[in-house]
Every structure is written in C-alpha cells, then in structure tokens.
Write a protein that binds this ligand. Sequence first.
Ligand SMILES: [Zn+2]
Length: 332
Amino acid sequence: MSRHKTVLAPGRRPWQCWAIMTMLNFYAGSGLDRAAHRRKDQSWLQAALPAARLVPYWRGKHLMAGPPEAATPVWLDPAADWWRQGLALDPIFLGLDGEVPVFAVDLSPLAEDPARHAELAALGSFVDLRGLTPVLPAETAGVFAYTRALMLWHDRHRFCGVCGHATAVIEAGHARRCTNPACGASHFPRTDPAVIMLVHEDDRCLMGRQSRFPPGMYSTLAGFVEAGESLEEAVMRECLEEAGVHVGDVRYHSSQPWPFPASLMLGFHARALSSDIATDLATDLDELEDVRWVTRDFLLSHQPSDSFRLPPRDSISRRLIEAWLHEPAFGR
Ligand SMILES: [Zn+2]
C-alpha cells in the first residue's frame, strides 16, 4: 500500500520507524517492548522492580500533576513503600522502555478518595483517560490505554468462568488461572473486536449520530463483531442494520485499542451499493438518532457547531474521515 521505503534508524525499535508510526492511532503505540519472555521469570521481575517506572492506576483513572491544560503524568517512586499496602494485585509488568522496566500498579484499594490520601494528593490527582487527550503524548496515551485494559480485565475476571472458583494472577499480570485444582483453567485478557467504517458513494459519505454524543457530533457507523462472523460481514451487516444501506468493497485501514472497557476498533472504508437510507430502520434503533449523507465539500468547509461537528481527533472515526478526504489511496 505504502510506497515509502521502511528504513530503521540505528537504535530505533521496529515500531518506532516513521512508516509504522504514521499508521498508529491514538491509544496505540506505547513504544514499549513487551518482553513477554520475562513474564514468568520471577527472579528477573523482583530484581527489575527497584529500578522500574511505576504507572499508578486508581479505579479507571491515571495520576497527573499540574493544571489540567498542561498536566503531566506522574510515576511512583519504587523506593517509597507507602503504596505497597494499597495494591489490588502485584505490579503488572508492562514491558521495557529502552532499558527501563515499566510496571503498572493498581492503587484502587488504597483510598476511597485519593484527594484525602496525603501521599497521593501530594503527587497529583487521578483523571479519566478520555479527558487527557489534549495533553498526553501519544506514547503515554498508549501506556495508559494498555494499563487500563489490563486493570479493567483483572477487576472483572476474579472468578473462573468454567467452575466459579476464584482465579489468581499469573505471568506478571498477563493471565489468570483458576485456583480450583480440579479445574485449573487459564484465562487471558479479553479484547472485543468492533468494526468502524466510513461508507462512501462518489463525493459523499455516510455519518450517524447517537443520542449520547455531544451536541452536533456525527461519526462513522460502528458495531461489535458477532460470533461466527468475519470482519467484512460485520461491516456489511452493521451498515444494513443501522442505515439500511448495502455496502461492498470493504477495505481495511487501521485499528485502535479502545479500552472503554475492552474493545479493539477495526477501521474500514466501504463503498455504498445502495443510496437510500432506510429511516424506518434508523429511527428504530436504540443506538442512532440520525443517519445522513454528508458531502466532501461540506466536510472540508464546515465550522464545528452544535448542528454539526466531527468526532474528536483521538478517534479512529476521525482518522477514517480524514483519510477519505485527504488521502487518494483510501475510498476513491
Ligand atoms: Zn475453574
């Protein structure tokens, strides 16, 4: 697809080269070497912790210092010990940033209100990831999304789905195992695939709006992949269900981790094979309150307002729209 020759500069890891970074969406690209071979190496993990960067997490939120418009992420000092009493589970090994080991620590049990906890309050305040988009560097956003995805999975998988017994953390936080000797089932972090697609027809594209969206915001259509369904089938089904529009020529663009709580958004462009929006279908849906065709000229010239605005720049939806508008390789 790309005519750019991929050249890896000395000292750069494969996922840091320009051609790959330009394909990464927000919340991807932590830049970490996950070093999975270390996850079962208890002696290495123990030795790594004192020199590690510790990423604090508290009930879905991340620790930031400074004013909201210029907040910076805060790491915990491994030499301090006050935080060790408040861990929901042992530190999770995320990977290596160069030579620096990076662990995530779940402080959720430490305080009901972190603002009233002396040590935590002195470091900063916990903020929801979605509110950090304007200030987070892309790699930190990737680390936070990675942390959030794992923590939410642990919180929701404390018991075995096979036999109902408690599960225990294994592999430095990347799996759980049932504690029932007669069962012993292993459980791995769950990711739910969802398709998101820009549907185009000549110089216009299909956009929809959910009632929970901010005023005026329209987005590309999206939906979860169902059991026994391919990604292309999911794209075609969702477009038919949500807008009554038949689509084909389904082409993959890129993907985005979406840990709200456990999705992977798989982005596509698709060509409309029919034009009429079936409003009886669209208005019947819980999810969408409006579906419409929007022209390229309108998208290029509009001013964001409460009657129309594009999705935020951290979203893969926006990326699919921008690719269709500006990159001839996609959707023409
Ligand atoms: Zn079990």
